[in-house]
Design a protein around this ligand. Sequence first.
Ligand SMILES: Nc1ncnc2c1ncn2[C@@H]1O[C@H](COP(=O)(O)OP(=O)(O)OP(=O)(O)O)[C@@H](O)[C@H]1O
Length: 256
Amino acid sequence: MQLKREKRGFGVLEATGLRKEFGHKVAVEDVSFTLNKGELFGFLGPNGAGKTTTIRMLVGLLRPTRGEIQVAGVDLQRRPMEAKRRLGYVPDRPMVHDKLTGREFLRFMASLYDLPARAVDEADHWLEQFDLTESADDLISTYSHGMKQKIGLIGQLIHEPEVLLLDEPTVGLDPKSARTLRNVLNGLCAKGVTVLISTHLLPIAEMMCHRVGIMDRGRLIAIGSIAELQERYHTESNLEDLFLRLTEAAEGERRT
Ligand SMILES: Nc1ncnc2c1ncn2[C@@H]1O[C@H](COP(=O)(O)OP(=O)(O)OP(=O)(O)O)[C@@H](O)[C@H]1O
């Protein structure tokens, strides 16, 4: 399946030569990759590797110091509005408005994307799937962290993005919600949505993702399916062992 997808090679999200400097600090250095239509991509790396910085550049919240980003063929820097309509982004800390109810928040998100009011009614199935129907008319200030994560995600689904990026999406979710999230993401990919998730949960990434990319100290040090990485590094190790081996090897090379 995966090989077929890669041969088809329809790049929906393309990053070329991304670099981000914060003052003298280089947080991201020469990162390039292409994600295909319907692909579930795991973005991995130790703390401080540059994942969030890269994601924030990919969704247009941070301007790259250098490099280009194309979303479904649209240049994010030159045509930001057009590119951003095709994107959904759920940060690790939910960006939701405490003073609104869940349903009011969804109406607000629909208005940002100029969607008709019925788009919110059509989101009822998402509320149902994430067990939020009963609390949809409660103020978000009364929601738990996990509930805020879930309403934030639904707010990013109603404009039907072609590319969805989620930073640490399972943090704060109970086991049932985490499973629902996995099923929802698999369902979106089957419909052709491209999904990038950053996570430290390597068994989850191994189970869910078609390909993974491993960041370390600002650089993308490996990218491929688990089978491709095993072949490339002549091992049958699982993703956790591969991850530790690759990131420790990069550390060793820097020391020598
Ligand atoms: N606004 C900023 N100003 C200065 N340095 C920053 C800023 N944002 C990030 N950094 C630095 O850039 C590097 C990459 O950070 P980033 O948050 O992208 O890592 P990450 O891979 O998402 O880490 P984690 O897994 O811990 O969330 C870190 O060294 C961080 O301190």
